[in-house]
Every structure is written in C-alpha cells, then in structure tokens.
Design a protein around this ligand. Structure first.
Ligand code: NAP
Length: 496
C-alpha cells in the first residue's frame, strides 16, 4: 500500500509544523515545499537548515524547491535554488526531489551525488502541467537512471491519458510514483497500489493545495483505506462527468469498511465511456456505478442486461461476471420508487421534466405503477422518442398507462392531473448549474408534489420555489440511498 505523504504548503515553518501535528496520525511522510515559504523563512532555513526538519521526527521527509515551470513558486535564480538545495542536504531530510527534465541543469549531478553520499533518497521528477507526455516509458527509464525513485506528475486531459499513465506505471519495474494531476487524475492518487506507486501526495484541507487533485490525508486513510490493508483485492468505481459531487465513493467505501471487506471504490471523471470500459477490463473493476452522462453508453457496453435496462435503455450499475463480461442492471427504478411508493395510487398523473437516463427510469417506474405520465424536455424530439419507445415496451408488458410528450411548461401552462406529481430529472440545479431552474416561468399552484431527484445540493432552486408556493417536496437523497443500497447488494455478490 503506498505511503501517504503530506505536502507542507504554508508560508511559515510554524504553520507547517502545526499542519504536521494535525495530520500526524494519518501520514507516513511529509514533503516540505520550501518554494512556498515566504522569503524570510527561506532565509532562516539557509541560516539553520536543520530547522527545516526539526519537528518531523519519526517520518520520512522530502526536500523540494519547486520551480514555476513545474507548478511551484520559486522566484529566484536557478543558481540560488541549487545552492539552497545543496545547503540543505545536511538538514536531515530522508529524500530530495530533483527535477530532471531540463538537461544541463547546473550542478544537478553534483547534488545527486552529494545527496546519495549523505544517505538521502533521490526522487528524480518530471512535471507536465498541461498534458501527458508521449514518451512515458522512456522518460521513466531516464528518471530511474538519475535517481532512486522516478516520479512523473502529468495532467491527463481525458480517460485515455489516464490509461497511458497506468500502462507506463505498471510496465516500469523500478521504484516510482506516477500521478495524474487535475480532475481526470484523481483516481491515480487514490489507487496508487494499482500503479505500483511508492507513495501518494496529499494536502491538508482548507490550505493551498500542492497540486490540483490532492486529497486530504485523513480522507485518504479512512475513506480510501490507505495504509489499512496490505493490498486491495477488488476495485469498484463510479464513472461520470461531473463526478466530484458524487456521494457514491463515501457511501460504498463506508459500507465496505463496515463489512470488513478489502475493496476500494474510486471516482473517475470519464469523457469517453468506451475508453473507460477498456480501463475497467484492464484494472479490472469488479463493479461500476454509472452516472451522468454515461448511462445510455453503459447500457450499450453491457454484455447482458436486466429488464429495467432494456426498458429504460439506461444502466447505472455494471457487474463483472466471472468470464470478465459486464452485466448491466438499473437500480434507479427501485431507488426512484422508494420515496413515493406509498403515495403512488394518489397521483392521477405525473409530469416528468427531462428525457435522459434518469427520466426513463422515472417514467418506467410511474407508468408500470399505473400513473399516466407527461414527459417534458428542452429537446422535444427526445421526449417524443422516449414516449414512443417506452410506450411500446409497456404495451408489450401489458401496461396501459398513457404517455405523452410536450415542451417544458412555462408561464400559464396548466398541467391538470399531470400536476399532481412533478418529477425533476434534468441536470439543471446541479453543479455547475446550481442557480438553474428548468421551468423558471412555471407557477406552482401549491397542490403539486414536487420531486427533484438531484441530491447535491439537497435544496435546488425549483424545490425552493415549490416549497415557497406550499407544495409538498421530495429531494433526491432518499432515491440516492435506495439505489445505492441496491447497488451495494449487487457489489456484494461479486466479492468473496
Ligand atoms: P442525462 O441523461 O444527461 O439527461 C439530462 C437531461 O437534462 C436531459 O433531458 C437534458 O435535456 C436536460 N437538460 C440538461 N441541461 C438542461 C438545461 N439547461 N435546460 C433544460 N434541460 C436540460 O442525465 P440523467 O442520467 O438523466 O441524470 C439527470 C439528473 O438526475 C442528474 O442531475 C443526476 O445527478 C440525477 N440523478 C439522481 C439520482 C439519485 O439517486 N438521486 C439518480 C440518477 C440521476 P436535453 O435532452 O434537451 O439535452
């Protein structure tokens, strides 16, 4: 299991020492980012290098003076930086980070030799702030030839880049740390064991992050089980875009931990779902939660599907079968119904806003329960297609609740019996459209039940407006919990 390294990014050593004390029980190493210290603190270190590690007893410590080109804040000359690094070799750090990407760095090899002579582990690093370099394998070999540990931190711009980082890390037999920066790289910080990484970097919550995508050490250790087990036996994931808001990692990891299971659940920002499925097969992922906007792609990617997926053409759960193929299940239908099942017979009709994957689950659940549904969507043709397709499936199943399609309701729209229940399934009101309301001009009469299936934030603008008008409201938390519980029960079936 990779160690957790806390990056100390404060402007003073007193603040850094306080951060270290705060997180001491969660970290195995620290990295002192000297470039982030203010000028007078850097001067103090020059005068008394040992002050740089005096408080870090019992843990390994990395000395780093990061250049601006590598995402650091060092403003001085290269000569001064090298001189400072050399001066601090006697301070007692166990590791030193030396950027090795610029050939001809003055006296670089001198530092490497002096560091080694002092028993310090040399991390030879390369940082690519905007992309993932093409020559990863060669680069890792070059870095390993320079230092004791090769480190590449690069920014994936999609899941294909993430895969390339994983392939290169797995192919490199020498000690290494390969990390993806930014939102597409987050999973590499959590599942460092899959990369064969020696350690993973983290930053304290609410302070300047050393690099984008860092996770706080206590979250890494407790939620993502770093340091708790020798190795992870099974990986699970949520795939979506956006995915940072998802409660699924917290939900499933807590349940794995509570049940004493050696499994890890990881969030993936996914731009290309087919590419992600290649990654899923390679890792492999034992189970996948699928969220916006990939549920229809997941339904196509599954080798076999259950009735709910066939009906909705949307799949929010993929389970890896023993032969490596993925089975698709829709637990949104069950989750959606759980919050209104008791009241279903009281609704003479329902309006569903949206015509995506979640809308299909809601319409199927309502119509199967005998409730006539009006589907309203920004793109009317998509609502019409949904109604035609689901209507045919429901008729085949012997269900006769009428379905119809319309544009989103506006000022003066009368929904009649379809106003008994208004279900909001569009992504409006969720990050990044937190202020959005899909039907801003529609006036609530106060008798409607308004059910917004968004759960982050718990109170969306449309729910606020409905509540102010006196409507009964339901948010997406109950649906989330019920569909996640159903998903967890499926995940358990593939765990030993
Ligand atoms: P999806 O397939 O991507 O569909 C998104 C829908 O939102 C489409 O109908 C789209 O209309 C509509 N939309 C997007 N932007 C809009 C805008 N600016 N104005 C009006 N309509 C807009 O997504 P999904 O899988 O159905 O999920 C939708 C939402 O449900 C997400 O917020 C998701 O988090 C939530 N959800 C919650 C749970 C839960 O457990 N509580 C479960 C599943 C989903 P067009 O067709 O015109 O593009």
């Amino acid at each position: 299991m990779p160690d957790i390294c806390l990056c100390l990014t404060a402007e003073t050593m007193a603040q850094n020492n306080a951060l270290f004390r705060q997180y001491r029980s969660h970290v195995d190493m620290v990295e002192l980012r000297v470039d982030l210290l203010d000028a007078s603190e850097q001067e103090n270190l020059r005068a008394d290098p040992k002050a740089g590690v005096s408080d870090f007893h019992g843990v390994d410590s990395i000395l780093t003076v990061r250049r601006e080109v590598d995402g650091g804040h060092w403003k001085g000359s290269e000569t001064d930086r090298i001189a400072l690094l050399k001066r601090m070799l006697s301070a007692g750090f166990t590791h030193i980070d030396i950027e090795a990407d610029l050939p001809g760095l003055p006296d670089r090899l001198g530092i490497v030799q002096s560091a080694r002579a002092a028993g310090i582990t040399v991390i030879a690093s390369r940082h690519c702030m905007d992309s993932v370099p093409a020559d990863l394998d060669t680069e890792l070999q070059r870095l390993s030839a320079i230092g004791d540990c090769a480190k590449i931190a690069a920014r994936p711009t999609g899941i294909a880049d993430f895969r390339r980082l994983l392939h290169a890390a797995r192919a490199h037999a020498e000690p290494h740390v390969v990390l993806g920066m930014g939102s597409y790289g987050v999973a590499s910080r959590i599942m460092g064991h899959a990369f064969g990484n020696l350690f993973t970097f983290s930053s304290a919550a609410d302070v300047q992050q050393a690099a984008s995508g860092h996770i706080a050490p206590d979250v890494l250790q407790t939620l993502f089980a770093h340091g708790k087990t020798g190795s992870v036996t099974r990986y699970f994931a949520v795939a979506g875009d956006p995915v940072a808001h998802s409660k699924s990692p917290e939900y499933h990891n807590r349940r794995f931990r509570a049940d004493g299971l050696n499994a890890l659940y990881v969030p993936f920002r996914v731009d290309d779902f087919d590419e992600f499925m290649e990654l899923a097969r390679e890792l492999p992922l034992s189970g996948i939660s699928v969220t916006v906007p990939h549920k229809e792609s997941a339904a196509r990617a599954a080798a076999t599907v259950n009735e709910g997926v066939t009906a909705t053409r949307a799949c929010n759960t993929l389970i890896r079968e023993p032969d490596g193929a993925y089975r698709g299940v829709n637990t949104d239908i069950e989750g959606f119904l759980s919050c209104i099942r008791d009241r279903l017979s009281t609704f003479r009709g329902a309006t569903v806003l949206g015509a995506g994957g979640a809308a299909r689950a809601a319409v199927y659940a309502l119509a199967s329960g005998g409730v006539p549904v009006l589907v309203c969507n920004r793109t009317l043709s998509r609502a019409q297609t949904l109604v035609a397709e689901l209507g045919a499936i429901l008729r085949d199943q012997g269900q006769s609740a009428p379905l119809s399609a319309a544009a989103l309701p506006g000022d003066g729209t009368e929904l009649g019996v379809y106003g008994d229940l208004i279900v909001q399934t569009s992504s409006v009101g969720m990050h990044p459209d937190l202020e959005g309301d899909p039907i801003p001009a529609y006036r609530f009469g106060g008798t409607e039940t308004v059910y917004d299936i968004i759960y982050t934030p718990p109170m969306t603008p449309i729910l606020k407006r409905a509540e102010q008008a006196g409507c009964a409201t339901v948010n997406g938390s109950g649906m989330f919990d019920a569909q996640a519980d159903a998903q967890y029960r499926l995940f358990r079936t593939v765990l030993p």
